[in-house]
Design a protein around this ligand. Sequence first.
Ligand SMILES: Cc1cc2nc3c(=O)[nH]c(=O)nc-3n(C[C@H](O)[C@H](O)[C@H](O)COP(=O)(O)O)c2cc1C
Length: 247
Amino acid sequence: MILYYTGTGNSACVARQIAAETGDEVLNLFEKLRAGDHTPLHADRPWVVVTPTYAWQMPRLVRDWLRQTPLTGCREIYFILTCGSSIGGAGAHLKALCRELGLDFRGCAPVVMPENYIAMFKAPGPEEARRIIAAARGSIDAAAAAIAAGRPFPERTGGKLRSSLVNGVFYRLAVKAKKFYATDACTGCGNCAAGCPMNNIRMADGRPVWGDACTHCMACICACPARAVEYGGRTRNKVRYICPEDV
Ligand SMILES: Cc1cc2nc3c(=O)[nH]c(=O)nc-3n(C[C@H](O)[C@H](O)[C@H](O)COP(=O)(O)O)c2cc1C
């Protein structure tokens, strides 16, 4: 079973492509994460978890969900991390997580997709994004072929300590919702609140109000149809990124 979490669509796109190649079923974790639903899941084929990379690791919300959700049946699990450039030593952390959970770690494969972290960096424009997505095809096909053949992904070693340090500092200092706000362009449609995987946005007097449980997925800011969400001064005039549907 392919489980995916996505903020801006890249990981959904990769999960769909893996499913098309392996014929496996796909489950979007959005509702489960949002509701804190830890009902056990069962699969007779290997588990495949597809997520973005957040500060050189799998997003903590997915790691924590995995820790609390029994996965029964097959013990083998593959991880595919989409990223803007590098997953660092994420694989070593996932291997340790699998030991903790009694799962058989089959590897962690990076897939470079368009950067979405506009609170810190720039996202590519539409043409450049399509070029990057097309170039990802090779690594997606290689991952799908390994899963279909029951082979582990090629081993990637090192980087565990660097990933720990970067990730720890990042979550402590950067992952805060305080700087999000809606401009006068806000129509009060509630798209941002409905699309928040942490259920961290509520509408008050027709405007979004952010709580403290943000994971910086960039869904609220990138998917706003009125382009009314900003993050301090850092996102003004920056391209918003959502993975196109037709790739
Ligand atoms: C909070 C945050 C942290 C990120 N950290 C990294 C990182 O460490 N390395 C990297 O290459 N890309 C990083 N990115 C970029 C995303 O991992 C990448 O664009 C991913 O494909 C987005 O997937 P999604 O569209 O499924 O949410 C980060 C993005 C966000 C929002």
